[in-house]
Design a protein around this ligand. Structure first.
Ligand code: ARG
Ligand code: GLU
Length: 719
């Protein structure tokens, strides 16, 4: 009896804490901590040598003010003139867009000699977190009394958008968004300062910036110089403006101090950044969904597309350049998913998670009050996820065809556009409101350039042929309708030449939905059918999400009551801190990997003669002349290149500054070891290692290889 009361009381207390103030009182050793948790961490005990307020201080200037979210990556200001340091792979798409065969910046690198030489990167932007605020009560109030699960999710999304919109202040360049920290439980409003003009300043050649290519991607030991410098620009009055020659470099509130002395094994480090997505708070049945459906389907499809791209680009440099960015991102995901599948298997993750859940179930049953509230939770979760498993094949295929087939995407965009502009402005989706319409139009017209017809033909043939083999309960309606003609013939009909011509697309864009129908285009018809089925599947997924919303929120409650740890919210592209140490590890029996690589390793790999290990001959010359400058390190006897550490990072943390105990920048995060790809589901010190490039290598390449002394001066590294 007494026990019951205590449990009940703590449950009550916890509910109150979770819904009103935040989420954590006791913290695990590792995690991606939101800023609100920094003051609860004993960072000084862990090795930090500055006051944690210097890292994050809502009432003053702190290190977080130097952080930027730059598209899907992270970056940081490293000078008072808006200079940003991020990864080479984060700027890759902009560099390839700016490159031609004659002026191949991707291949040869690029260094702006003056501000006016810097290359505008169309579509690039960056955001700085200005403040945050808990709006959970407001969000949850909007679903009070609502029973229908799909309606709940719809209302939550709507309220999140409305709160964000209300808090945004376009005139002052503040964009606000609400992020879900715990499903159905905690919602935080973040205010971001947005900068729209971000240019390329210095990009090393691809043989440095992507040294090791796909062979070394997700692999330690690593020698990639994965860095790029950009610069943020604003209008002369300080407001954010689109690219213009009148714009001036942005003066950040704070920029990071570079420490060109580097680090050693065992040193305390921390990383600030914008990690994208992790799934650690999800149940076993969700892991099963990822392991059995998402990861195998996507990795196989991507591997196939990558091979096609390789084949098409083999003897055609311009095709290779045109498809380089796409191939790289597909390859990155393909290999990551392969690593995660291995991790699932090796760690027996689904089983481990199930065992945890059985323990939780016993805990629930041990107490009458808990039993009353939580009994049946796992059955309900299982049943909701079974519904998700049932739509998985169609959901994945449909998602991918709208993404991988540029024709399907383009015709769908055109159809949406023509439908939306028929509507009264107040009823249109945001991107089709009058103010945004020309932007949307431009983006549709410019996507015409992205179509490679041969790849397109192959992708459509492959995906449609795959879909023909789906089981009865996973049929794709549009594919069923093809009837008896061969897929090859059908796809030939889909190849709508008009969509390869921007002028024709401009004409098509003024047509009404009825006029589009009259075109009798097989492609438009196909896209329309696909979209109809996608809408139905999306509704089903929304319904499942709605059910899960309440259940996952209960799962968090019960776990929270049971054990006080593992309660850091999963990554959700909001600003987080993680800390740890420079640390080697043993990835396999009898294998030990130490924590630093060096120039000597680049030369060693280069000698293997593999294309991925090509380097500019000047690197070899500098190495042979021992021209290491001030970046020589006694430990490695040359210039240090890669660093390995046990910090908790994920996709989105690319370009995150790696900071030492004094908050000085000593490296740039860009990857994880292969065995650590499973981190997104489960983190453990024995296999979780992330990879950064040592600032000394960045500075050495900039100075000795590229002669970018002025950048070192700008960063205060040399006088
Ligand atoms: N694996 C790193 C990340 O997830 C680096 C990716 C870029 N490099 C590459 N070879 N694809 O983004
Ligand atoms: N390369 C990843 C990115 O682009 C970071 C590595 C990871 O996933 O940990 O964010």
């Amino acid at each position: 009896m007494k026990m019951n009361k205590i449990v009940l009381l703590s449950a009550l207390l916890i509910t109150v804490t979770i819904t009103t103030i935040g989420w954590i009182s006791t913290l695990p050793a590792k995690g991606m901590y939101p800023m609100s948790e920094i003051s609860n961490l004993d960072l000084m005990e862990a090795g930090l040598k500055i006051n944690p307020e210097e890292i994050y201080n809502p009432n003053g200037v702190s290190i977080t003010d130097a952080l930027v979210k730059i598209r899907g990556c992270t970056g940081s200001f490293v000078s008072e003139n808006g200079l940003i340091l991020t990864n080479h792979h984060c700027g890759f798409g902009y560099v390839s867009d700016a490159s031609t065969i004659e002026n191949n910046y991707l291949k040869n690198g690029f260094l702006a000699k003056t501000y006016s030489d810097e290359i505008p990167a169309t579509g690039n932007y960056c955001k700085i977190t200005e403040s945050y605020e808990d709006v959970s009560e407001m969000v949850l109030a909007s679903i009070e009394g609502v029973e229908d699960p799909a309606e709940k999710v719809r209302l939550i999304k709507k309220t999140m958008l409305a709160i964000g919109k209300e808090a945004s202040d376009e005139a002052n360049n503040i964009e606000a968004t609400v992020s879900e920290m715990f499903i159905g439980k905690t919602y935080i409003l973040f205010r971001y300062r947005v900068i729209h003009d971000v240019r390329l300043v210095y990009v090393p050649p691809i043989s440095i910036g992507n040294f090791g290519g796909e062979t070394d991607n997700w692999v330690w030991p690593r020698h990639t110089g994965d860095f790029t410098f950009m610069r943020a620009y604003v209008a002369p009055d300080g407001s954010a403006a689109e690219y213009s020659l009148d714009n001036i470099p942005y003066t950040p509130k704070k920029h990071l101090k570079i420490n060109p002395k580097g680090v050693n094994e065992g040193d305390f480090l921390f990383v600030l950044g914008y990690p994208g997505t992790t799934f650690r708070n999800r149940p076993a049945k969700y892991y099963e969904y990822r392991e059995n459906y998402v990861l195998p389907y996507i990795s196989k499809l991507y591997a196939w597309i990558i091979n096609q791209i390789k084949e098409l680009g083999k003897d055609n440099e311009s095709v290779a350049l045109e498809l380089a960015s796409r191939a790289k991102s597909l390859a990155n995901t393909e290999k990551k998913y392969r690593g995660q599948l291995r991790g699932f298997n090796k760690l027996n993750l689904v089983k481990t998670k199930l065992a945890e859940e059985q323990e939780l179930q016993k805990f629930i049953e041990s107490d009458a009050e808990l039993a009353e509230k939580y009994n049946g939770l796992f059955e309900k979760l299982n049943s909701a996820y079974t519904d998700l498993h049932n739509v998985a094949t169609r959901d994945l295929w449909l998602g991918q065809i709208f993404w991988q087939s540029k024709f399907v995407k383009l015709s769908d965009d055109i159809l949406q556009y023509s439908q939306q502009i028929q509507l009264d402005e107040s009823k249109r989706k945001p991107e089709y409101k009058e103010d945004n319409l020309s932007k949307e139009r431009e983006s549709i017209i410019s996507s015409v350039d992205n179509v490679n017809t041969e790849l397109e033909r192959r992708v459509l043939t492959k995906m449609i042929s795959d879909a023909r083999l789906f089981a009865d309960n996973s049929r794709i309606d549009a594919v069923e309708e093809i009837g008896n003609i061969s897929v090859d013939e059908y796809v030939l009909n889909l190849m709508d030449k008009d969509l390869l011509n921007p002028e024709k697309v401009k004409d098509i864009l003024i047509k009404t939905p009825e006029e589009l129908d009259e075109l009798n285009s097989p492609l438009f018809y196909f896209a329309k059918e696909l979209n109809a089925q996608r809408t139905i599947i999306n509704e089903e997924v929304d319904r499942i999400d709605g059910t899960l919303n309440a259940l996952l929120s209960q799962l968090i409650d019960i776990k929270r009551i049971r054990n006080k740890d593992s309660f850091v919210p999963d990554a959700n592209s909001t600003l987080r801190l993680t800390y740890g140490y420079v640390k080697g590890y043993s990835p396999a029996d009898a294998v030990y990997h130490s924590s630093q690589t060096s120039l000597a390793g680049i030369i060693e790999k280069n000698s293997l003669g593999l294309e991925d290990y090509d380097i500019p001959s000047k690197i070899r010359d500098l190495y042979e002349k021992k021209d290491f400058g001030q970046f020589y390190d006694e430990n490695v006897k040359s210039v240090p290149v890669g660093i390995l550490y046990n910090m908790d990072t994920t996709g989105g943390n690319s370009g995150s500054p790696v900071l030492n105990a004094y908050g000085e920048l000593i490296g740039l995060n860009f990857d994880r070891a292969f065995g650590a790809t499973i981190n997104d589901y489960a983190w453990d010190d024995s296999f979780s290692r992330s990879i950064g490039v040592d600032i000394r290598y960045i500075l050495w390449v900039a100075q000795k290889f590229s002669g970018a002394d002025y950048l070192l001066q700008e960063m205060g590294v040399i006088n």
